[in-house]
Design a protein around this ligand. Structure first.
Ligand SMILES: Nc1nc2c(ncn2[C@@H]2O[C@H](COP(=O)(O)OP(=O)(O)OP(=O)(O)O)[C@@H](O)[C@H]2O)c(=O)[nH]1
Ligand SMILES: [Mg+2]
Length: 195
């Protein structure tokens, strides 16, 4: 759907050169390994579902007042409605949910091109609605949450974007293309205001 491609290209647009791969071990400690962004795009972005199983991240600078300090941008596993049979996939989803509470800003990505196709439920599921509802309620996410409607470079995304906005009526929805960089400026401003 584009979370990992977004991480790589958004970080590159802000001048980052490398992404860090975190291996989070059972005691919670992180082992980091640097990977140049071009290489990261090659090996981390994939059409295969559940390509990303563990949190991975990159240090960026947003270049805006206080926000011109190092900011950590994290990429997570995708969430699904059903309990996945593979324990590693389930663990990745649990880790993504835990990370939600600790972040200064949360970018929840959905596929606007998929939402514009014949099966929009594949793009916005129950777990997506639940997270949006959680973000809108008083609590750790309120005011720090935006939905990124990705793949606006594809033809079906125009209809998809309308469906995404209808599915998340109370949320800020930012149209983006992880591929072309469309919408990155809006995302940068959103994040810079919240750190
Ligand atoms: N046309 C287009 N393709 C995109 C865009 N973003 C991602 N893709 C493609 O969608 C596929 C999945 O991208 P990833 O970034 O690996 O998706 P992900 O959300 O990280 O997926 P998981 O880690 O498996 O949850 C790749 O083939 C990308 O090239 C986009 O904005 N436009
Ligand atoms: Mg990924």
């Amino acid at each position: 759907m584009g979370k990992t491609l977004f991480l790589c290209n958004f970080a590159a647009s802000l001048g980052a050169r490398a992404v860090q791969l975190f291996a989070v071990t059972s005691d919670g400690s992180r082992a980091a390994q640097d990977l140049p962004l071009a290489r990261a795009r090659e090996i981390l972005v994939s059409d295969r579902p559940h390509a990303t199983l563990a949190l991975q991240g990159v240090q960026i600078r947003l270049g805006r007042g206080k926000a011109d300090e190092a900011v950590q941008l994290l990429d997570s596993a995708g969430l699904a409605d059903r309990v996945h049979p593979d324990g590693a996939v389930r663990a990745g989803m649990a880790q993504a949910l835990r990370a939600l509470r600790e972040a200064d800003a949360v970018l929840h990505m959905v596929d606007a091109a998929l939402a514009g196709g014949p099966d929009p439920a594949a793009a916005v599921g129950e777990v997506d609605r639940q997270i949006a509802a959680f973000a809108a309620a008083p609590g750790p996410l309120r005011g720090r949450y935006a939905v990124l409607a990705n793949k606006t470079d594809l033809p079906r995304a125009a209809a998809g974007l309308r469906r995404v906005r209808a599915a998340f009526p109370g949320s800020l929805v930012i149209p983006v293309s992880a591929l072309t960089g469309a919408g990155f400026r809006e995302v940068r401003l959103f994040v810079a205001d919240r750190i």
